[in-house]
Design a protein around this ligand. Structure first.
Ligand SMILES: [Zn+2]
Length: 488
């Protein structure tokens, strides 16, 4: 595919400027985005990040770029505390459920991909797991020690920020400020409060551990992204994305580790998405005010959630409220309705070429759409051009007389811009949602029949219902609040 002429500019957090997008070796683009830590279900905050970067990948490919998209899975090393203290998040969740940490990681990795599939988020080209790259993380750590940028203390290894004057460039913090703002309980092993762990000694009872030149331990969280990004995309990445809350310390640390080892720039463009808020406060697992995607899907079609996210720019916060979701539903129905009306009119319409007026209208719409996306992926503006297009097509379809060529041209533009670039699908979700609704209703009837059988002490019948549902892949779970079900 050849590269289309374009005028894409992106806001680079590192330089705090809008810059013309020029990858290192076009048409190739190497893009890395920090993936989820898999210890719980994804919530709306995750949807904001991964839908935003999905649209960015889709638009780059639409322009003709050959994108390699890497998004990691953090299954080890992400601690509950940013200052290298606290527990490993995955291991903590495993202890609560009395299972192996890898079982937690596996379960939530699968569920994460199911949720993203429902949102029509394309899967990354590579989804490397941190636990599968421990050797590379040890090698990188050794290299930093050899170069005088890291030191071992008591079986752990820390990056020495004093050895790296550029530390703080991304977040705009100075090392002195970090010293002044440091909390009292900074580890005595660290030479400077801002030093961060590359490798942590495994304490007694820590399950996820590997042998290393410094004894048994596990990698720090930040080093996995540096190592896996460079392993699959080379020493310099074109784009590194992630949530704004990870600018410091996570991304700052990634830069220091990478550049101190290679002496080359780590990333050309740093892109950060803003967060989802609830009444102005960040939505987050640790804050307890989050709505999981699975819960949200019960109320709203995943495509409505996708449109809701795209209605705000990726660098602006998205404030969640049920009313805002209802407004997004109305918007989605407007677009889906226009697509359905076009498809309906096209069956039986006389064969014809596209009307020159329609061709001109679509050309203008494509131009405005491209201008919006070229402006740092302005999806709210791109969406508004699609709403205009839907209004025009509704008007023309209602007036009648459009030939097949014009109708097909409308349909193709919607499929390319709304479907291909913004990832909004119309037909599949309408039937999918109807099917899900029917299936849910049927399972509820069977659960009720089983409850009635048990009440009548007909346990044979009750067990038969349960077993036959299990054969069909539906597991019932009896809880104090009643019986729930899930797919096997
Ligand atoms: Zn990361």
């Amino acid at each position: 595919m050849t590269l289309k002429p374009h005028n894409l500019h992106v806001y680079n957090t590192l330089t705090r400027r809008r810059e013309k997008f020029e990858p290192l070796s076009p048409p190739h683009v190497g893009m890395y985005v920090c993936g989820p830590t898999v210890y719980g279900d994804a919530h709306l905050g995750h949807a904001k990040s991964y839908i935003s970067f999905d649209c960015i990948v889709r638009y780059l490919r639409h322009l003709g770029y050959d994108v390699t998209y890497v998004q990691n899975i953090t299954d080890v090393g992400h601690l509950t505390d940013d200052a290298d203290a606290g527990e490993d998040k995955v291991e903590k969740a495993a202890r609560a459920k009395k299972v192996h940490p890898m079982e937690i990681a596996e379960q939530y990795t699968r569920r994460y991909f199911e949720d993203m599939d429902a949102l029509n988020v394309l899967r990354p080209d590579i989804s490397p797991r941190a636990s599968g790259h421990v050797i590379e993380q040890i090698e990188h750590t050794k290299r930093l020690i050899e170069r005088g940028h890291a030191y071992e203390a008591n079986g752990s290894v820390y990056f020495d920020v004093a050895s790296w004057p550029a530390y703080g460039r991304l977040s705009g913090r100075s090392v002195e400020e970090m010293q002044a703002g440091a909390r009292v309980e900074v580890s005595a092993e660290k030479r400077h409060p801002a030093d961060f762990a590359l490798w942590k000694r495994a304490e007694q009872g820590h399950i996820m551990q590997w042998p290393s030149p410094w004894g048994a331990g596990y990698p720090g969280w930040h080093i996995e992204c540096t190592v896996m990004g460079q392993k699959y995309l080379g020493e310099t990445l074109d784009i590194h994305g992630g949530g704004i809350e990870n600018q410091f310390p996570h991304h700052e640390d990634e830069i220091a580790q990478a550049e101190a080892a290679t002496g080359k720039p780590f990333v050309r463009y740093w892109l950060h998405n803003n967060m989802v808020t609830v009444a102005g406060k960040k939505m987050g697992k640790s804050l307890g005010n989050f709505l999981t995607l699975r819960d949200a899907f019960e109320k709203w079609d995943p495509m409505v959630i996708r449109l809701f996210i795209l209605q705000s720019h990726y660098r602006s916060p998205t404030d969640f409220s049920p009313e805002a979701l209802e407004a997004a539903r109305a918007g989605y129905e407007r677009l889906a309705g226009a697509a359905a009306a076009i498809a309906k009119a096209a069956t039986g319409a006389p064969d014809s070429d596209a009307d020159p007026k329609v061709a001109q209208l679509l050309q203008d719409a494509r131009k405005r759409f491209a201008e919006a996306m070229d402006d740092d992926f302005n999806t709210p503006l791109a969406l508004s051009t699609l709403f205009d297009l839907a209004r025009e097509s509704n008007r023309l379809v209602a007036a009648g007389g459009l030939g097949k060529g014009s109708l097909e041209a409308f349909a193709a533009a919607l499929a390319e811009l709304a479907g291909g670039v913004l990832g909004l699908s119309f037909e599949a979700t309408a039937t999918g949602a109807a099917d899900t609704q029917i299936a849910t209703g049927l399972v509820q009837i069977l659960i009720q029949m089983r409850a009635e059988a048990r009440k009548a002490k007909d346990f044979k019948q009750a067990d038969a219902i349960r077993n036959r549902l299990a054969d069909a892949g539906i597991l019932l779970e009896d809880t104090p609040d009643g019986t729930t079900w899930r797919m096997k």
